[in-house]
Design a protein around this ligand. Structure first.
Ligand SMILES: [Zn+2]
Length: 365
């Protein structure tokens, strides 16, 4: 324990209750809160506050403890404990509260808050292909794809996953990041220091353009893993084109098989192939190296009617049977791709049991 603290050296916030009965000292910030409110949700706080403290050592008439956390994180935790943690309209700014509360609810074993944060994170960084598709759908308005309004930069999420051992969320965060061009991936994320853990803040770089912002970059091994994953994704799509589109046979029940040996359906496959080839180089949509998206587009081409034959709008003349046949091939490929993502980013070897690690972790107070 440090020497008897002098409150004049501490800042306070709105978490300074006149009828509070425990003082938390966190770096240069003091919180006067209610022991029962904290003890009710955390055995760690219960044990911490049960240590007897001499009356002479009280501060503002209360016992006190020093927490080795970030004051901003503690403020978010107290808000969540006193006011609840709600995300009515999810935005990328929620990451500040989610990461802070997750960090401390993990450390202080506050299960209901930890679960709420994990549910929110998994909604944004899904662990299933269905979840991923619905996430992508949510942030697509027409042809406009605007993920950053709702989700924080994936580098921030990757770092949080690594810090807290969230191995299940890491693959979708890495996949999301790998869809950027290499230059953008290497450039890192520009963000405000409040969104970072102390560890990340310590290694963040000053932003030469905006003094209020910092730049967070992946370290070299992680950067290499992202580039490797990106290459795997591109190779996957190239292999799909080779195996499923190049010279694809018409389906067994092709309705066009008696007309020029299924010419319309073969021509449709060829058209889809040409479009996918554009996507391999990331020039079709500006979304580089996103096999899940490109494959979805391939299926959507089957029912689009906005192609042009030079004089009017039209759709592909592929028959229903070939459509179904190809749709099934794409669905299987997308699931295969999703299942392979952890391998693409070299994650298998690192996978550990998250719950076991949490139980084993000793709180540092
Ligand atoms: Zn056909």
């Amino acid at each position: 324990m440090p020497a008897h603290p002098n409150l004049q050296h501490f800042r306070t916030t709105d978490f300074w209750f006149a009828d509070g009965n425990i003082i938390l000292l966190v770096q240069d910030v003091a919180f006067k809160v209610h022991r029962g409110q904290l003890v009710r949700h955390s055995d760690i706080f219960h044990d911490m506050f049960s240590l007897p403290q001499p009356v002479a050592d009280m501060v503002d008439g209360c016992p006190w403890v020093q927490l080795h956390d970030d004051p901003g994180d503690v403020l978010h935790l107290l808000r969540a404990l006193y006011d609840g943690l709600y995300f009515t309209k999810p935005t990328s700014g929620d990451f500040c509260a989610v990461s802070a509360v997750l960090r401390l609810s993990t450390k202080y074993l506050i299960e209901h808050l930890r679960l709420r944060c994990l549910v929110r994170l998994e909604a944004d960084w899904p662990t299933t292909l269905g979840g991923w598709d619905s996430r992508e759908h949510q942030v697509t308005a027409g042809t406009r794809y605007c993920p950053r309004e709702q989700f924080p930069h994936p580098i921030l999420v990757v770092q949080l996953c690594q810090e807290l051992g969230l191995d299940n969320i890491l693959p979708s965060a890495l996949y999301d990041l790998s869809r950027y061009g290499p230059r953008k991936i290497a450039a890192g994320a520009t963000t405000v220091p409040a969104l970072l853990s102390r560890r990340s803040r310590a290694i963040a770089l000053a932003d030469p353009i905006d003094p209020k912002s910092v730049i967070v970059r992946l370290d070299l091994p992680d950067l290499q893993a992202v580039f490797r994953g990106r290459e795997h994704g591109q190779r996957f799509l190239a292999a799909f084109i080779e195996q499923e589109l190049s010279g694809r046979s018409i389906s067994e029940n092709c309705a066009n098989q008696h007309h020029a040996n299924g010419h319309y359906c073969r021509e449709s496959y060829y058209f889809i192939m040409l479009n996918l080839l554009r996507a391999v180089g990331g020039i079709a949509t500006g979304r580089d190296a996103d096999p899940l998206f490109s494959l979805l587009q391939a299926v959507e081409m089957l029912s689009r009617t906005d192609f042009s034959d030079g004089t009017r709008h039209c759709g592909l003349k592929i028959c229903a049977s070939c459509k179904e046949d190809f749709s099934l091939a794409v669905a299987k490929a997308r699931q295969d791709a999703w299942d392979q993502i952890p391998t693409w980013f070299g994650l298998q070897a690192k996978a550990t049991n998250y719950l076991a690690r949490i139980v084993a972790a000793k709180p540092r107070v």
